[in-house]
Design a protein around this ligand. Structure first.
Ligand code: TYM
Length: 328
């Protein structure tokens, strides 16, 4: 059976980009494939300096993941720090990736540029090694992610291939699975940048838990251009194309099909906002029910961690054995 692994960082509220680029596809495969989804709290430590914050966002994110429809009977949802094998394999991965490869990661360059005058942890640099461990521990065949994670999956493949070359066939080489629509949801105020919890002005980022009025307001204020023709053209019309991408992803069409029939930006904005509200409202309702029962969420995460460890511990031992570490 195809094994799937993908993760999300608990670094603040999750947004429409996370949903359309990743979460939605996590749910759609869960009954045909063996799926593992992690809330990667150790990754969040690369930028965390205040006590107590990561734990709170982790439980919140767990409620969202079950609210989008991940079924705890079939999907393994776990917290990264509950599965110590992630940190253990991460060191092996750090020793299998080069300084040069890590230096070329665009996310490292972007993130450090944005943290000018702030503390830049070594973890921000070695981050892809931990991500490789996340993926390779589960023998994942597929990694459903948004377009911004393509390079991280590529480096994971390179690390796995290098490990196998050095120590013999041990790790499964994964493939990134990027959705046809919604792979790169753009900021509504700054449509040449991807929607992101860290760089957005707030007005350009639609949070999954925004109420319908806030969502409509953000869409109505979306930046477009001084023309009035509704046409999908990412270079010339990034704002309009960003809206069409979202409308297409929410309604199951191509962006070109979504553009048909529109002669004004105003109605495109309203329809896109309404499609997003309709898509998110049932998730928000389920989230409100789930977040009220934190004990049940903690129980589900404990079950997830147990299942995750069953798989991860075997892979870690296989890697140690392949290297030839002295058995304990
Ligand atoms: P993170 O937490 O930033 O995002 C989680 C998922 O959301 C996708 N995404 C987007 N998709 C479309 N448009 C956007 N604007 C947008 N913004 C975010 C991301 O591509 C991702 O799929 N490094 C990862 C977390 C991670 C991981 C892993 C992912 C750690 N280990 C192992 C997969 C496998 C990250 O920071 O994602």
């Amino acid at each position: 059976m195809t094994r799937v692994l993908s993760c999300v960082q608990p670094t603040g509220d999750v947004h429409l980009g996370n949903y359309l680029g990743a979460f939605r596809n996590w749910v759609s495969g869960q009954h045909e494939k063996d799926v593992f989804h992690g809330i990667v709290d150790l990754h969040a430590l690369t930028v965390t300096e205040v006590p107590g914050v990561v734990g709170a966002t982790t439980i919140d994110l767990a409620a969202i993941l079950f609210a989008i429809g991940l079924d705890p009977d079939v999907a393994t949802v776990f917290v990264q720090s509950h599965v110590p094998e992630h940190s253990q394999l991460s060191w092996v991965m750090e020793c299998t990736v080069s300084y040069g490869e890590l230096s070329r990661m665009t996310q490292f360059k972007d993130k450090t540029a944005k943290r000018e005058n702030k503390f830049i942890s070594a973890g921000l640099f070695t981050y892809p090694a931990l991500q490789a461990a996340d993926i390779l521990l589960y023998d994942a065949n597929e990694v459903p992610v948004g377009d911004d994670q393509r390079q991280h999956v590529e480096i994971t493949r390179d690390i796995a291939i290098r490990f196998n070359h050095r120590f013999g066939e041990t790790l499964v080489v994964p493939e990134a699975v990027i959705p046809a629509a919604g792979a790169r949801v753009m900021d509504l105020q700054n449509p040449t940048s991807k929607m992101s919890k860290s760089d957005s002005t707030g007005a350009g980022c639609v949070m999954m838990l925004d109420d319908p009025a806030a969502i409509m307001k953000k869409f109505k204020r979306a930046v477009t251009d001084s023309e009035s023709e509704v046409r999908y053209d990412v270079e010339a019309k990034p704002g309009v194309s960003g809206l069409l991408d979202i409308l297409a992803a929410a309604t199951g069409q191509s962006p070109q099909e979504a553009a048909e029939g529109y002669t004004q930006y105003g109605s495109l904005k309203v329809d896109t906002g309404e499609a997003v509200v309709a898509m998110l409202e049932p998730i928000q309702t389920r989230y409100r029910e789930l977040i009220d029962d934190k004990a049940e969420l903690a129980r589900l995460l404990a079950v997830g961690a147990e299942r995750a460890r069953t798989v991860a511990s075997v892979t870690l031992q296989r890697a140690y054995d392949a290297i030839g570490l002295l058995p304990a």
